[in-house]
Ligand binder design. Sequence first.
Ligand SMILES: *Cc1c(COP(=O)(O)O)cnc(C)c1O
Ligand SMILES: [Zn+2]
Length: 556
Amino acid sequence: MSPVSIHIHCPNCDYTEEYTQPRISCPACGETNLDAQYKTENGKLPWPEALANRPRSMWRYKELLPLRDPSHIVSMGEGATPLIHCENLGAMLGLKHLYVKDERQGPTGSFKDRQASLAISALKELGVNEMVVASTGNVAIAYSAYAARSGVKLWVFTISSVPVEKMREVTLYGTELVKVTGTYDQAKVVADRFAHSKGLFLDRGVKSIAAKESMKTLAFEIAEQLGEIYGPTKPDVPWRTPHWYIQAVSGGLGPVGVLKGFRELEQFGLSEGVPKVAGIQSSGCDPMVRAFHNNLEDAPPILQPKTRIATVATGSPGLAYKLLRHEMLEHGGTFESVSDDDAYRALKTVAQLEGISVEPATALAFAGLFKMARARMFDPDEIVVVNCSGHTFPVEKHILGSDIGQEMDVSSAAQAEIPTEGLLSALEEVDTRVGQVVVIEDDEGASTLMARILQAHGVQHVHQAFDGQSGIDLVNQVHPDLIILDLMMPNIDGFGVLDRLKADETLRNVPVVVVTAKDLTNDERSRLSGQVQSLLSKGSFIDDTILQDLLNEKLR
Ligand SMILES: *Cc1c(COP(=O)(O)O)cnc(C)c1O
Ligand SMILES: [Zn+2]
């Protein structure tokens, strides 16, 4: 069948053996961090040609996955997720090539489906039928589903801060769930003891071969998809590596596997180089960020994580940090932290601008993206891929509360024949969003984007004018609560519009936010000073906190 030979290699003592089973440790020295290595006789894979007719799942890439017999595959179509171009967010951040790898679309709604599919398949092959895993939520759900499907009995050890909706899903699949009161690192120790005492197989996360290997398929898919979008890297290199890979990290397994994936693509001549990785953590549990910025080889553990986002509450990152730091020092990349509140805000922005609803852990990655864009860490032409790692269906109540939506009782309408008039005015009352905003901007795309952002922030009517004169006419007509004004426009420019507004008594006090594409001269700045509420630069992130504050202040 496949001409690929798979070996297990120990990076500690160089022990190598042909792959026959997923070993837990090196038979020679006991090292638990083992790697799978792949070779073919001519140094080539039958890709991309052979992929065309395979089913859409991560198992399309079976040559580089450690399983001997494909009949052991436990699959529900995991992987093969879309790479979605985010034009609105990209325009806000000044990134033309911003993509989301939409892992929400996996069978259980997170990228842990890849790991579960490979790990459970490999255990089936090994003849294991009962196992133990510690998890902060998504591994528990994914493993539960795949274990149920393949008849493996699963024990999950988790922490009490995991949302109850997630726990319910775990038990629905028939998993034995143990909630440990303590930190995730403590739960891992308890799971280890339990597995040991019962003689059960313990899945070791980042240290397990299956886990790391499964995450490679993210790299394979991203490179293949970018090759389709942008064309081959070179005539004989069909796929493409992005410049950045951004992910919220807990144990750090995802990026470790993704980097290994890009390495292997390079080995087989399918793509070139590895992306810069940005690992985003919550500031309440950011051991990797602290260690990285203090230039430490090892990350001292955070003993009492203070984040409400249980998915990423690994206080003791261990090995993954070392591996990732090494890569970052060599190829670029960074660890950054953002607050839980930053994540919740980003969650709403992404939902309202792109229609993509993510879980709070995933929102950390977006908040990190925003932070890095503000700090100008990206070149505008770089290809940036964000791992949209999990869906929001179990979204925590503290983000939106339970008092959502409005009640409207029309049950009596049929009999009582409410006059249409009354119904219309009742409908009018349902619309409690705020105010009128006029956007004066000659670039239609930019104008539409701003209109969307404003609507996402609860503005009721956004009126658009595409040059200075019609802007002034429109303002006279609707008397808005806020004006968003571009400076560079044909006929009357932004300065001219401002002069006319300030000369008109009825319009003088309408707040104006100036949006500009260029750096202003001192002279221009002083012309604006005292005349405008705020100055935002186009192409960089239209800061949603500034906007939110303005809208709250001026319109409510
Ligand atoms: C597991 C998980 C993470 C963290 O991934 P690691 O690579 O293991 O650090 C982030 N987001 C979501 C939604 C996850 O399920
Ligand atoms: Zn060894």
